[in-house]
Design a protein. Sequence first.
Length: 427
Amino acid sequence: MPKNNIRNLISTIRKKGHRTTISAISYGTASVITQSLMMVYLLVVAKFLGAEEYGYIAAAYAAVSLSGFLFNWGFNEWMMKVGSSISKIRNLGGKVILVKGVLGGIWGVLLIIVLRLVRPEVYLLYILLFTITEFWLDSIFGTLVAMLILEDRALIASVLLVLSRFLRLATLLVLLEVNERTIINVLAIRLLTTAVIFSITWLITHPSFKGLNQTNVLNIFKQSISFNTSELLNLIFINIDVNILVWLGVKTELIANYAIIISLINAIMTLPSGIANILLPSLIRSYLKIKAQFYQQSRNLFFAFIVLGGLLWAIFAILSKPLFTSFLQNNYTESISILIFLSPLFGLRTLNYANIAYLVSVGWQSKRLFPQLIALFAKIGLGIISVSRFQEQGMLWTAIFAETLLMAGYIIQIIRHYLSDNKALAL
């Protein structure tokens, strides 16, 4: 290759790396703001509805999130992988949205039927209708955001993401100001704001549905099977805690205390998840073209996420008591001890997002499945046994152990790949 071409290639890589860094910083900042808004939103809802009424919402969203794989199906993650090496992002996004839309309609009807048969006194019909519809729209909104990221429009994606959560909180505060503090009003205004942002994002992204046929749909399912399975296992893993408490008949107040902390942790974890998603296309391209650069990027990613995870762990371990005491007063005293106990999850899960980014980048997505299965079976089995004997305290110990087990499984797979890859390069 001529020297000028080499210089041009290096210059292009540096420019793309600079642009990727800016995108990651902007999207990471947006994630911080977004999750701060969501944290405040959860605290406001929990405080003004009370433990019992919030428990109904928490139970519904836990079931909806757990079963969401039936139409989410890992398509967003698969799209990020495939979209890193193609240019027709709108066509790709259109195919994913259409498939998710149809599957979402079927999922919603089936979920209502099943939940109403299981525990109709907990899963109220009108709450299910609102939560299912809102979750469905928000999921497709996530696909539209992924399209913007793949089109190098992360700044626009960041603004829309922040705006979606800001409107949700602002309209909730207006409701409280006019003293409309009922479950139906809270859920209705949340659905309305989600629908508004969804519509705006749709107009900006313009997803295309041209060329979609039965063959394309089948190919999408075949190519995304490992992502689909991994998404299913992940959704069950992060949402099974609250569902185990519900299924074993734990009191609604205890469910609310635990659910608000799990919701908070899941919300905060979209910060490292969002940063990893922004960096993923760059990591994939680096691995395919210049492996030395990939390994340098990976080292930087792991270092940054270790620091970030440690900071989140320390912040929530130290600030949990003053934060909840000042805002919720005595309504959720149990939540304080739960958050302090589960604060190591911030560090463990943050590092796991770096592990996932590495495995997906090198094409070892399917290697995630075995560690996920082991950790999930451990969480469900030990969770049922421990909750039966020790109530929510048993679930706390189980959650920490399962997350540690998952991290260990990922690290083993990464070491296996690194050793095999370096051995192949040496040959």
